[in-house]
Design a protein around this ligand. Structure first.
Ligand SMILES: Cc1cc2nc3c(=O)[nH]c(=O)nc-3n(C[C@H](O)[C@H](O)[C@H](O)COP(=O)(O)OP(=O)(O)OC[C@H]3O[C@@H](n4cnc5c(N)ncnc54)[C@H](O)[C@@H]3O)c2cc1C
Length: 576
């Protein structure tokens, strides 16, 4: 197996040279400096490489197991998970008031990428915990925070997110799980949720579910949904574990990928739950967790596409087939390495330009998340607006490009990539889910175009584009960046004008709109990276490739948008 190599040099370049994050660190409440950040990144890289990556393929082969309600994670996961908890890796971004480390999101995004890339299956048992703690910290009472957050930050207890029901996935307004008032202000939760990642497993002492349910008498639809904290074991005021709560795993799913991650059906049978936030405002609270999780799912795709590229580039240097078009490179050998073929190079460069573009985008979005906590409301307000706008693009564009990059990596292996031993096919299966869960990428596109752009009158987008135009870029690409930003704004204006008279246009154009947005942002990122690299990371080669070979896709998406929705809506549903 190709060893996983943590991309630390690239993180350092992005954090300090491209985004200058250390200049903003003195404003943070928790102390952080370059020296501490470097030691965090290096130690994370070591854990990813030595502890997590070696378990990735065995976990896929073995899978998670279910036996009469008990769920066990694959062999070796418990020991590796203990390494994660002992290292404090579940609480890096957490609130220091309750035992978290308060590290900046720009740094924890790098940490997450390495863990996702090294072993997505294992990190799925931890990743939901960060989102859950974020949500509890933002919306729960101080009493609940004090009772649950410290053990979750140190990884003794993990988190799960329970929204989906068999008949209610995207359309959560149809959910039926109900909550009845109990004495003492708690609730009895009853219903069945499906597809619950890490809802049951044997890696932690307790599992804290955040469950969406409908309080008796609540209005129909999304306005009648509330959020509850429902622990597997009840917890007393001293934080000690008590009796088992009333829910269990009814089964686990057999899946295309992420087979080492346990995805449960959870039956809640009068389980005791604590209301988080206000009654009937549950979806708004849950969005805190979902927004966090959406960025994290984009980063999951990114981590896996890095892993795929590392496998493909190492294979392409070893595999001998045919001769380079310009004449033999290894004259003594029977053939040249396939990396000498322009098409194989095209595939590798596409992977790398997309993956490194995605990394830059993920850090850019994380910088906005950090600024959203800035003490100056002028700074935090703008950043919050940018986070809202960028989140669906981070989730969907990064995961779409990760799928593309992983398929290209598999293609570099030829027929061997279709064979299980190559291990690249696992990456392809594992990365696929990032396009589907946390809201499908189609739904992310609707969120971007409908809610974040059109409902806002395009104001935040205009503000962001104006900000991007202020930055210093590599002169060779500045004009192209300006043109693609114009293209993005023109498409927005065209859609604003059409949407009033055509109710289908947003749905028909949204996915192309999100892709156009993604390619425009990556153009800006590549022009900036090209300017700032001293040559050691090869960013100028990749920038050139991006502008020559990938940016032209933006024109395609803009053209599709302007072709309108008729060809999509004309055939009636019976025709299909
Ligand atoms: C492995 C795995 C793990 C998961 N983990 C969790 C978890 O931990 N917690 C949890 O709560 N859920 C979880 N999910 C559920 C996941 O988030 C949902 O599957 C996903 O959001 C889509 O819902 P659905 O499957 O019901 O699809 P549907 O909502 O039925 O959608 C089917 C298709 O129709 C499209 N569609 C639906 N509505 C619209 C619309 N209004 N406009 C346009 N297109 C539309 C969708 O984009 C999709 O292409 C998980 C799912 C899987 C497979």
């Amino acid at each position: 197996m190709t060893p996983y190599v943590p991309p630390i040099a690239d993180f350092n370049f992005l954090l300090y040279d491209v985004f200058g994050v250390d200049e903003e660190w003195p404003d943070r409440s928790a102390a952080i400096d370059k020296e501490l950040a470097n030691s965090i990144l290096n130690e994370c890289g070591r854990v990813a490489q030595d502890v997590m990556a070696p378990l990735s393929s065995s976990a896929d082969r073995e899978g998670a197991k279910w036996d009469d309600g008990k769920v066990s994670a694959p062999t070796g996961f418990k020991q590796a998970f203990d390494v994660l908890t002992e290292g404090g890796w579940l609480g890096t971004a957490g609130n220091p008031e309750f035992g978290g480390q308060g590290m900046p999101k720009a740094l924890t995004t790098a940490v997450e990428e390495m863990f996702w890339g090294a072993n997505t299956n294992l990190w799925l048992y931890a990743a939901l915990t960060s989102g859950a703690t974020y949500c509890i910290d933002a919306h729960a009472s101080n009493e609940l925070k004090a009772r649950f957050l410290p053990a979750m930050y140190d990884g003794r207890w993990t988190g799960a997110m329970a929204l989906t029901e068999s008949h209610a996935g995207t359309d959560l307004g149809m959910m039926r799980t109900r909550a009845e008032h109990l004495e003492g202000g708690t609730y009895a939760i009853t219903g069945t949720k499906i597809f619950i990642t890490s809802g049951e497993h044997d890696l932690a002492e307790n599992i804290v579910h955040l469950v969406l349910a409908r309080i008796e008498g609540a209005p129909q639809g999304t306005r009648g949904i509330s959020l509850f904290l429902v622990p597997k074991y009840l917890v007393n005021d001293q934080g000690e574990l008590g009796e088992r709560n009333g829910f269990a795993s009814g089964s686990i799913e057999h899946k295309m990928g992420i087979r080492g991650s346990a995805t449960s059906v959870i039956n809640y049978e009068g389980a005791k739950g604590y209301l988080i936030g206000e009654a009937n405002a549950g979806l708004r609270c849950m969005f805190t967790m979902m927004n966090y999780a959406r960025v994290s799912v984009g980063v999951q795709g990114l981590g896996l596409s890095e892993r795929a590229y590392q496998m493909a580039s190492s294979y392409a240097k070893e595999r001998l087939q045919g001769r380079a078009p310009t004449g033999p490179v290894k004259e003594q050998g029977a053939a040249d390495p396939i990396i000498e073929h322009p098409d194989v190079r095209r595939m590798l460069l596409t992977q790398r330009a997309l993956t490194e573009g995605s990394r830059a985008f993920a850090v850019f979005a994380a910088v906005q998340l950090d600024r959203a906590e800035h003490p100056d409301p002028g700074v935090s307000g703008v950043a919050l607006r940018y986070v809202e706008l960028l989140t669906p693009i981070v989730k969907a564009f990064i995961s779409d490009r990760a799928m593309e990059a992983s398929l290209l990596a598999q293609q570099c292996f030829g027929g061997h990539g279709y064979i299980v031993e190559s291990e690249i096919e696992q990456v392809v299966r594992d990365v696929r889910i990032s396009q589907i869960y946390e809201g499908t990428n189609g739904i992310q596109a609707l969120d971007l175009l409908g809610r974040k752009v059109l409902q806002d009158g395009g104001n935040t987008l205009a503000e962001l584009v104006a900000d991007l135009r202020q930055a210093e870029l590599d002169r060779s690409y500045a004009t192209k960046v300006s043109e693609v930003l114009d293209l993005w704004l023109e498409a927005t204006e065209w859609l604003r004008n059409s949407a009033g008279s055509n109710p289908s246009i947003v749905g028909a154009a949204a996915v192309d709109y999100l892709s156009l947005a993604g390619y425009a942002i990556y153009a800006w990122l590549w022009a900036r990276m090209s300017l700032l690299d001293d040559g050691s990371l090869g960013k100028s080669n990749l920038a050139r490739f991006y502008f020559d070979q990938l940016l032209p896709r933006s024109e395609y998406h803009a053209n599709v948008i302007k072709n309108g929705s008729d060809s999509v809506t004309l055939p009636n549903s019976d025709w299909f």
